[in-house]
Design a protein around this ligand. Structure first.
Ligand code: GLN
Length: 496
């Protein structure tokens, strides 16, 4: 039954309902695929025993007609979500050995709906990065390669283990988190769908915090339908997260196939950046054509403050991170490095010096600097003002359009090691995604084509706050028109 791993979530759901196979069969097939994919380094922790135990329980529920919306679905969970009794590291040395006694709300929602966790996926340390290369547990390798070229490529970041494991068919879907693009950019680099929901749609409770005013969890899957199914389970109002919003979770799947005639789609002039890759530009116009052919109206729009988004993000995100990461002191969680028993300052210094990697230290230093007396007004407050202007740009255009179409990334996946010496060029990866987080809006990335080297490229749709429905509707039109059927050639089983 080796082709069980090729099933989408919706297909697996149908097969389970029809009793063509059991949840245990489905789980075993994916666990085997994971065993053969060591060369991709997708997982920090594998939980096969737990998965098989939950799969057996799932079969019992299916047998007694009590299936949840994610019943029997083998999924991977980004190692930023706290999971009860399962190590949670944020891919940082400082959290190695930390085993939460609680479950994040999002992963609990998935469990309650019958999902089966196969393991915890690798990520950039504390979700800081765009390539998964800042992980303490070594980079994840993209299952995709350029045609006729064995150069190992990045899977995007920070949710790189999640994106690679979905693309390599090691799971039917995975959770991600997106602070500045970490769901959408890796989705684009690996030819899958990724949704960053509206801020407040999914609870942040139990997710290791990076930048709390920007962080949001979302699904990563191989189809738009699967993303709709999975977001329906992940989203909820949660009184334990004061920024969670008390609104009903709509039936996202019901949006697929609905008419898009008359919807207005904005094309923002400012996203046509200098030196834009002609292949990306071409894909972007194809996307507009596909939507126009389906009856939507394409409108040119302006988001004038776009050029300030990256600088504002790279002040606000590090500022919040420096504050959030102050809790890692060698006392409460994971790593403790100390030579004497009576010097608490030494404990803090040694633990943090050894426990954090270079990129995390860079962010803590930047964040501490922009929050310090004297610089707070010049940098942090200024960045917050810019953030308001960016949000206002979106409010203004959403009077005129129902969604916005842009490329997801300025390039296809690049080689491991190609950008690690130049943080600024790494930060530029987020140029099309950070604005969405700064404004708290929902965004979806859909695989839309291949570049000349045979690597996937994504298109992004941005929606009004809490209007994920329109994104699913339009996303499924783009998905059908793009007819993206390519999948990576499996070289990793032999390499493992
Ligand atoms: N690449 C961005 C950063 O490094 C975004 C990361 C994310 O969304 N978690 O901050």
């Amino acid at each position: 039954m080796s082709n069980l791993t090729d099933l989408t979530m919706a297909e697996a759901r149908d097969g389970l309902r029809a009793k063509d196979f059991s949840a245990v069969d489905l789980t075993k097939a994916h666990l085997e695929a994971i065993e053969g994919a060591g060369a991709l380094n997708c997982f920090v922790t594998n939980t096969p025993d737990l998965a098989l135990e939950r799969a057996a329980q799932s079969d019992n529920r299916i047998g007694s007609g009590e299936s949840g919306s994610m019943e029997g679905m083998p999924i991977a969970v980004k190692d930023l979500f706290c999971t009860r009794d399962v190590q949670t590291t944020a891919s940082s040395h400082i959290l190695q050995g930390f085993t939460p006694t609680y479950e994040s709300t999002v992963s609990q929602n998935l469990i309650d709906d019958g999902a089966i966790m196969l393991g915890k996926t690798n990520l950039d340390e504390f979700a800081m990065g765009s390539s998964n290369e800042t992980s303490y547990f070594e980079p994840v390798v993209n299952p995709w390669r350029r045609e006729g070229d064995d150069t190992p490529l990045v899977p995007g970041g920070s949710s790189g283990g999640s994106s690679a494991s979905v693309a390599a068919r090691l799971c039917v879907g995975a959770t991600g988190t997106d602070t500045g693009g970490s769901i959408r950019q890796p989705a684009a680099f690996t030819g899958i769908v990724g949704v960053k929901p509206t801020y407040g749609r999914c609870s942040r409770w139990g997710i290791v915090a990076f930048a709390s005013s920007l962080d949001q969890a979302g699904p990563m899957t191989r189809t738009v339908r699967d993303a709709a199914i999975m977001l329906g389970s992940m989203a909820s109002y949660d009184p334990k997260d004061s920024t969670s919003i008390d609104r009903d979770v709509p039936n996202y799947e019901a949006e697929l196939g609905k008419d898009v005639r008359g919807l207005k789609i904005g094309i923002p002039t400012e996203y046509r950046v200098d030196g834009m890759d002609p292949e990306i530009e071409k894909l972007w116009s194809s996307g507009a054509d596909w939507l126009r052919d389906a009856g939507a109206e394409i409108v040119d729009i302006s988001l004038p403050h776009t050029k300030y988004a990256l600088p504002a993000y790279y002040i606000i995100a590090p500022a919040e991170a420096s504050s959030n990461l102050a809790r890692y002191d060698g006392v409460k969680y994971g790593l403790r490095v100390s030579e004497s028993d009576d010097d608490i300052t030494e404990l803090y210094e040694k633990t943090r010096a050894e426990g954090f990697g270079t990129e995390v230290k860079r962010r803590v230093l930047i964040g501490t600097y922009v929050l310090s007396a004297g610089y707070y007004d010049a940098y942090y407050i200024k960045a917050q003002k810019v953030r308001s202007l960016i949000a206002q740009d979106f409010t203004n255009v959403f009077d005129k359009v129902d969604a916005i179409l842009t490329p997801t990334t300025p390039s296809a996946a690049f080689g491991i090691g190609d950008r690690t010496d130049d943080p600024i060029s790494m930060y530029l990866n987020d140029v099309f995604t950070v604005t969405v987080n700064l404004a708290g809006l929902p965004g979806i990335s859909i695989p839309a084509g291949l570049d000349a080297n045979g690597l996937p490229l994504g298109l992004q749709l941005i929606g009004r706050a809490f209007d994920e429905q329109t994104l699913f509707r339009l996303g499924s039109v783009v998905e059908q028109a793009a007819a993206f059927k390519a999948s990576p050639v499996n070289w990793w089983s032999a390499a493992s």
